[in-house]
Design a protein around this ligand. Structure first.
Ligand SMILES: C[S@@+](CC[C@H](N)C(=O)[O-])C[C@H]1O[C@@H](n2cnc3c(N)ncnc32)[C@H](O)[C@@H]1O
Length: 275
């Protein structure tokens, strides 16, 4: 099976500058989507970071949710984002400086968080675990750095819930297979609550939203790239790809296009007597 390559993998620690720019653009587009905005607002309200608290976002990307933490914890608190990509850290730092957010960003890996045990009152991680081959190890690290009584929010997609309409079902299924095989942990969303419980956390709530692709991206570069790989694998023909692109483009123009993936968000806390 082919190893994921950028930018689909979103492994920004391993991508070059052009791919980083593209990833930042995709993250910005997604951040503007109502489903992401609703889930983030719900997650921030459920985590309820308070003045003076210490808050962490693991795989913080462009850093917007660390800035939201910074506003909630205020000058007596600490809001930190950790991401393995130095370029991503610079983007996040620049944006925080421009907006005046007292957020800080450090380079680091979810598998070995550069913090002492029990450092944080709140920890979040969004759409990161799906890209990790060993998500349980990253969750163990999150549990380690949260204080007893502290809160954790894990948000991730589950790619089995991906819907693309219209199109020949066989071609859509071939494309979905490529997508699944290029993602390290594609069914992450359904596993989050169980993984947290196994790691010793108490699950308090579960939320969900769909990430709906806007119609202007109906036959955009992502679907074309994945279709191209399906052709390379011999799963579909070039004619089938062209038919799909035509169907999706037409649907985008007519307002009959639908493409979505469901995201799940799990709120949990670490028992006082924990671990
Ligand atoms: C799809 S982006 C999501 C970014 C951000 N959480 C958001 O929701 O917009 C995935 C992020 O995970 C980061 N990432 C990838 N591998 C990681 C790892 N091993 N540890 C921490 N972050 C990682 C990437 O650098 C990237 O910023």
């Amino acid at each position: 099976m082919t190893e994921p390559s950028s930018p689909l993998s979103f492994r920004s620690d391993e991508i070059d500058e052009a791919a980083l720019d593209q990833l930042v653009m995709v993250l910005d587009l997604q951040a503007a989507l109502p489903g992401i905005q609703r889930l983030r607002a719900w997650a921030q309200a459920a985590l309820a970071a308070a003045p003076g608290e210490h808050a962490l976002d693991v795989g913080s990307g462009t850093g917007s949710e660390v800035a939201a933490f910074a506003a909630a914890v205020g000058p007596s608190g600490d809001a930190v984002g950790v991401d393995p990509n130095p370029g991503m850290r610079l983007v996040a730092e620049r944006r925080a400086a421009e907006s005046g957010a007292a957020a800080r960003y450090v380079e680091g890996d979810a598998y070995a968080l550069p913090f002492d045990d029990g450092t944080f009152d709140v920890v979040r991680s969004e759409r990161v675990l799906q890209h990790l081959v060993d998500p349980e190890r990253a969750i163990a690290e999150i549990v380690r750095v949260v204080k007893p009584g502290g809160r954790v929010m894990l948000i991730d997609s589950d790619w089995a819930t991906s819907i693309v309409h219209p199109g020949d079902p066989e071609v859509i299924a071939a494309i979905a297979d490529v997508m699944l095989s290029r993602t390290a942990n594609p069914f992450s969303g359904r596993k989050l609550a169980g993984q947290l419980r196994v790691a010793g956390m108490v699950v308090d709530d579960i939320g969900s939203q769909a990430l709906l692709q806007p119609p202007e991206f109906a036959a955009g570069p992502l679907i074309q790239m994945i279709a191209g790989e399906a052709i390379t694998r011999g799963a579909i023909t070039a004619e089938q790809r062209d038919r799909l692109v035509a169907d999706l483009s037409e649907a985008g123009e007519r307002g009959t296009f639908h493409s979505s993936v469901t995201m799940f968000a799990v709120l949990a806390h670490k028992p006082q007597s924990a671990l």
